[in-house]
Structure formats: C-alpha cells, structure tokens
Design a protein around this ligand. Structure first.
Ligand SMILES: NC(=O)c1ccc[n+]([C@@H]2O[C@H](COP(=O)([O-])OP(=O)(O)OC[C@H]3O[C@@H](n4cnc5c(N)ncnc54)[C@H](OP(=O)(O)O)[C@@H]3O)[C@@H](O)[C@H]2O)c1
Length: 173
C-alpha cells in the first residue's frame, strides 16, 4: 500500500519554495509517529532538506539522475521502481513524504492519503495534487484549534481511495 502524508494549506500548497512554511509541533509529532520505522518515498529535494532527520527509516529517494547515490537509503528512478524495491524487501507499506514532485508522481498509485489541512493560505508555491471527491472518501478527521504553540488550526484527515476509482498498480510495470 502507498500512503501520501502531507501538510497542506487551505489553498492547496505544501511550501512557498523551500522548507515547510509553518511550525506546528502537533503535526511534527503526528508525522514522526506515523512514519517511525517505515519505508519512505521522498523526492530528492525534500530528502536533502530532511537529511539528519532519518533514524530507523528506510528512505527511497526519487531522482531522475541515474548517477545519484543518496548518503543513506536507496535511489529509485520512478514510483513503480520504488514499489517493486519495497515489495522485494517485503515492506507492507510505503509512506510518500513529499515534496510536490513526489506527491504528484505517487498520487495515481496511492490508496490512502493522510493530510494535515492547515488553516492558512499561502497564495502560491509548491502544490499538493487535487483531492478529487469522486476518487477519495474521508475515513477519519481530527480537528485541532490554534493555540499558544500553534499559530493555525489544523485538521488531520485520512482519505481512502474509493472503490472503482482508477488505481495505477506499480507491480504491473
Ligand atoms: N508541507 C509538507 O507536507 C511538505 C512535505 C515535504 C516537502 N515539502 C516541501 O516541498 C518542497 C519540495 O518539493 P519539490 O516538488 O520542489 O521537490 P521534491 O519532490 O522533494 O524533489 C524533487 C526531485 O525529486 C525527483 N523527482 C520528482 N519527481 C520525479 C519523478 N516523477 N520521477 C523521478 N524523479 C522525480 C527529481 O530529482 P532529481 O532532480 O535528482 O532528478 C526532482 O528534482 C520543499 O519546500 C519541502 O520543504 C512540504
């Protein structure tokens, strides 16, 4: 199973260019808990931003550069290649951790989305792919109001791909 995990502004962006544009400790804790010890698929740019953060993870780094060797984990040229690699390693699930390029490439292969909807707009930047209501249904959502440690309210929402919605199966490629 492929799951996208992201924090997305109310107007659909994950970043204004570099880095994550908010500091939300509760979302960081949530992200750490969900991804602990897991197989991750990450775009090369985000991987380089997050270096030093990985501990017990298995990062697969998406890159078109055939000569690229990440300092840890494994480079993969495509999402189907990542799925194949993880299957051969008997991994049950891959969490796609961004950024925009990786989310866009992985969305057609995903069966689940875990999206922290952040109560602010960015007005532009790196987009998250559209979550089409005909393809995705909400299975759970938990709202968190803004407080002294969180400048913005947020809602952590899980989506499951609807039955009948076209899923691109990596294993067939
Ligand atoms: N809000 C959030 O939840 C969140 C999460 C993660 C990241 N972010 C932010 O997102 C931004 C980065 O996003 P981004 O879109 O610029 O970069 P990215 O997706 O992290 O990395 C882009 C790189 O990944 C590789 N790549 C992308 N699509 C590919 C494909 N289909 N096949 C093969 N390789 C592919 C390419 O690497 P090569 O150049 O090596 O070929 C490309 O240059 C940062 O600001 C980061 O902080 C936000």
């Amino acid at each position: 199973m492929l799951t996208l995990i992201a924090a997305v502004s109310a107007d659909g962006f994950i970043s204004t260019g570099t880095g994550v544009p908010w500091h939300l400790p509760r979302d960081i804790t949530h992200f750490r808990e969900v991804t602990r010890g897991q197989w991750l698929l990450i775009g090369r740019r985000t991987f380089e931003e997050m270096l030093g953060w990985f501990h017990d993870h298995h990062p697969l780094v998406l890159s078109r550069d055939a000569g690229y060797t990440p300092p840890l984990g494994q480079a993969v040229p495509s999402v189907p290649a990542a799925i194949k690699f993880a299957q051969q390693a008997s991994a049950g699930e891959i969490f796609v951790c961004g950024g925009g390029g990786a989310y866009a490439a992985a969305m057609p292969h995903a069966e689940r989305l875990i999206v922290t909807h952040v109560g602010t707009t960015l007005g532009g930047g790196v987009p998250f792919p559209a979550i089409a209501p005909e393809d995705w249904r909400i299975t759970s959502t938990t709202a968190h109001p803004a407080d002294a440690d969180h400048a913005f309210a947020m809602a952590i929402t899980t989506y499951a791909r609807r039955e009948g919605s076209a899923l691109t199966l990596g294993a067939t490629i």
